[in-house]
Design a protein around this ligand. Structure first.
Ligand code: ARG
Length: 442
């Protein structure tokens, strides 16, 4: 069976074209076309550098740059045909450049390989994604900050083991998530520092004999500097791992908040009411209002973790330098970016439109003997008891309140004194949840 001539970009020594399945397993265009802007930007910087270094002529560079700009317009307006037979975004663009400007297009790839090209494009794409995640974290933080201020005096039960532990405020609970996100933001900024070195000029792996100017292209593409080792330049993907870890960690933080929203939205808790815009109904049980967005934020943590594990597994044991396995790097990163963006936006929308039932929270804080620790602290600070003894006495007082079916601050002084005779009236200053919260200043 005769086959068409081989791939026009690398087929010099090939007589047959690839089998259909080879083409399918080899093609990444369906995924990496998302990097078209970065690819064109990288190529324009490279062509400009080649002409400055007199590796190609000024006129050739002008033709190449104009052609690339035309392609950018075509892609933007949806008039570009992406072809799987051309494998990836790099060859799709280069082939189109040849259609547009003829053989001079072939000069663009001087002193460059797809290996340093793809590493450069992917770093630029991930850098933009990281900056966008930081902005999205900031806007969720603004909502959390507003809730922290609004609810700074609204009492709720704080939990350990999901058992009512001590009274806290809704404000401080919201503020805890603000701090988690603050760390995620600094992690992402830190990832951007290491990511921001330019592999361009590494060529296939061993550098290039042309008198290129790596500082020029690095600067033009907003990198801090060129990568020093060319083998590392084409094969390092730890920046992708870091991005995937930070998105997974941020998703994990969101999943904890999501879980609390889900619990709080149950009639049993009744702490929060989600707006209709952020809930769904049941097709069979008319009374239900389900917190699906929160459940999905919780569930999508699985994807984010999975993407990190996928990338780490692809990289494990890979010899230097470039291996085609590395083409598997983009899908998890793109997916984690899309996923964390959705989760951050959903969480923001849910929280800013939710109604918090502060009466139910206060009620709940008053029901679970949550001021018992404050009572024990009072015994230590006012009567000079050892904390362990105070703990024991408080246990007996809680038991007494339980037997009488009342709250701690509803016990009579003489009842309290029947357990510890030195207790005075002053103890009532800490037994209410409001005073218990007020007394804690750390
Ligand atoms: N599509 C490839 C990737 O994403 C580009 C690099 C291909 N290099 C090569 N030598 N085949 O990794």
């Amino acid at each position: 069976m005769t086959k068409d001539k081989a791939n026009q970009m690398w087929g010099g020594r090939f007589e047959e074209k690839p089998s259909d399945i080879m083409e399918q397993i080899n093609a990444s265009i369906g995924i990496d076309k998302r990097m078209w802007i970065q690819d064109i930007r990288g190529s324009i910087a490279h062509a400009t550098m080649l002409s400055q270094q007199e590796i190609i002529t000024k006129d050739e560079a002008v033709q190449i740059v104009n052609g690339l700009n035309t392609i950018a317009e075509e892609i933007k307006s949806g008039n570009f045909e992406f072809k799987a037979s051309l494998e990836d975004i790099h060859m799709n663009i280069e082939a189109r450049l040849k259609d547009l400007i003829g053989d001079v297009a072939g000069k663009l790839h001087t002193a460059r390989s797809r290996n340093d090209q793809v590493a450069t494009d992917f770093r630029m794409w991930t850098r933009d994604a990281a900056a966008s995640v930081i902005e999205q974290i900031k806007s969720l933080q603004a909502v959390l900050e507003a809730l922290t201020v609004k609810h700074k005096d609204h009492i709720m039960p704080g939990f350990t083991h999901l058992q009512a532990a001590q009274p806290i405020t809704l404000g401080v609970h919201m503020d805890a998530y603000w701090h988690m996100l603050e760390r995620d933001k600094t992690r992402m900024r830190d990832c951007m520092v290491r990511l921001n070195e330019c592999p361009l000029g590494s060529a296939a792996l061993a550098g290039t004999p042309y008198p290129i100017d790596r500082d020029f292209t690095a600067e033009k593409l907003d990198f801090d500097r060129p990568m020093l080792n060319t083998l590392d330049g084409v094969s390092a993907r730890d920046f992708a791992n870091e991005f995937l870890f930070v998105t997974a960690q941020c998703g994990l933080h969101l999943s904890r908040l999501a879980e609390e929203i889900i619990l709080w939205a149950t009639p049993q808790f009744g702490f929060i009411q989600l707006s209709d815009a952020w809930s769904t109904g049941s097709s069979i049980m008319p009374q239900k209002k389900n917190p699906d967005a929160a459940e999905l934020v919780r569930g999508k943590t699985g994807r984010l973790n999975g993407n990190l594990v996928q990338m780490m597994t692809v990289l494990k044991g890979l010899p230097l330098a470039y291996n085609k396995d590395l083409q598997e790097d983009k899908e998890p990163v793109f997916d984690s970016f899309d996923t964390i963006s959705l989760c951050l936006q959903a969480m923001k929308g849910m929280l800013e439109s939710a109604a918090f039932n502060t009466d139910a929270m206060l009620n709940s804080a008053e029901m679970g003997y949550t001021t018992a620790t404050a009572l024990a602290d009072w015994l230590v600070m006012e009567l000079g008891l050892a904390f362990r003894d105070a703990h024991h006495i408080t246990g007996a007082i809680v038991k007494m309140a339980e037997d009488k079916g009342c709250k701690l601050d509803e016990l009579a002084l003489k009842d309290l004194q029947s357990v510890e005779s030195k207790i005075t009236d002053d103890i009532f200053s800490v037994l209410s949840v409001k005073n218990a919260v007020k007394s804690r200043n750390s």
